[in-house]
Design a protein around this ligand. Structure first.
Ligand SMILES: [Fe+2]
Ligand SMILES: [Fe+2]
Length: 355
């Protein structure tokens, strides 16, 4: 059989058709075109020799069953398709050129740019958050609530946070804008670490999280938005940026380990951190009221994120941020309390969207 194939190949090569004819589609084409064009006897013999030598009878039958009309139609359709493909490529290239001229990112994947609109129909200007993620802060929340530390772990959490306040006071003193911004770089870590660990736990144990992954990730996102806001009114110095690098490296890993060992301790620490944050923002407000810090107009990002009225100022922003911190305090002390009762977080529905 192999010899017959080889001899077929040689004869086909002699007829100027080449070894490529040994693909089924080409052979079909040649055989059919031989009917249309009435080829020379040699070519017909070559094809017949090859077809006889083919071991698969189905291919032979298939080749003979197609009429020349079908072939012509097929070829016309192929040409049409090719032209359409070329047109499509041309259109894509034209669109890409126009996007390039506008300075936009060009993508081959056809992912449409995500667009949102304001209530008045104008384009939403932020890509870092969307209209449905904005909210009005609940300013009526009790700012003075405090979890009295009774157990050893609670006392350890409380004094850990208190001891961190002294170097912070020493470093920033009364520069509350900068202090707020720097502390937000730390405050946005626990929610992400806790959410990530609960996510992994959910995967490992094949169980639901009770919404706690989402609630903690929401907290992290909310804290990051505090940072994005304070970035607009404070400019960190080079050594402050360096400090953020160092602190993040240490705090992320410490909190990660702490959460693995004792989530009830980790959430209690964050509860007390949030109590401290409320205190810091209260001091910030006092400095604003005394005129020691200029009450500048609220950054545009803050007006849109907290749905503040136009003409709001920095004081209004600090008020809503402080209210957020009070909500984080509640969520984290609550999470710690659940663990203290010997329960899993997933056993109590998470306060998703609690602002
Ligand atoms: Fe914050
Ligand atoms: Fe917070």
């Amino acid at each position: 059989m192999m010899m017959m194939r080889q001899s077929g190949s040689r004869v086909a090569g002699m007829a100027g058709l080449g070894s490529r004819l040994f693909s089924t589609s080409v052979i079909k084409g040649v055989h059919e075109s031989s009917r249309i064009a009435k080829p020379s006897l040699l070519a017909k013999e070559v094809v017949d020799t090859f077809v006889r030598a083919r071991p698969a009878v189905a291919v032979f039958r298939g080749a003979r069953q197609y009429s020349s009309t079908v072939t012509l139609q097929g070829e016309t359709e192929k040409e049409k398709n090719k032209e359409e493909e070329e047109k499509k490529v041309q259109n894509v290239n034209t669109a890409a050129d126009s996007e390039k001229q506008k300075g936009n990112i060009v993508s081959y994947w056809g992912v449409p740019p995500s667009k949102a609109a304001n209530k008045d129909g104008t384009d939403w200007k932020w890509t870092c958050f969307r209209p449905w993620e904005t909210y009005q802060a609940d300013l009526s929340i009790d700012l003075n609530k405090h979890h009295v530390p009774i157990t050893f772990l609670d006392k350890l959490a409380y004094w850990t946070v208190k001891s961190l306040r002294w170097p912070t006071d020493l470093f920033f003193q009364r520069r509350y804008g900068c202090r707020a911004m720097m502390l937000e770089t730390v405050a946005a870590v626990p929610g992400m670490v806790g959410g990530m660990l609960l996510h992994c736990k959910s995967l490992r144990r094949f169980e639901h999280s009770g919404g706690w992954i989402k609630a903690l990730l929401e907290e992290a996102e909310n804290e990051r938005m505090h940072l994005m806001t304070f970035m607009e009114v404070a400019n960190p110095r080079w050594y402050e940026r360096a400090l953020v690098f160092t602190v993040q490296g240490v705090f992320f890993n410490a909190y990660f380990l702490g959460y693995l060992i004792s989530p009830k301790f980790a959430h209690r620490v964050v509860g007390y951190l949030e109590e401290e944050a409320i205190h810091s923002y209260t001091e910030f407000l006092k400095e604003l009221d005394k005129g020691n810090i200029e009450n500048v107009p609220a950054p545009a990002i803050a007006i849109d994120y907290w749905q503040l009225p136009a003409g709001s100022n920095l004081r209004d922003v600090v008020m809503v941020v402080r209210a957020d911190e009070a909500h984080h305090r509640d969520v984290n002390h609550f999470a710690s309390d659940i663990h203290y009762q010997g329960r899993e977080l997933r056993e109590s529905p998470a306060p998703v969207g609690y602002h």
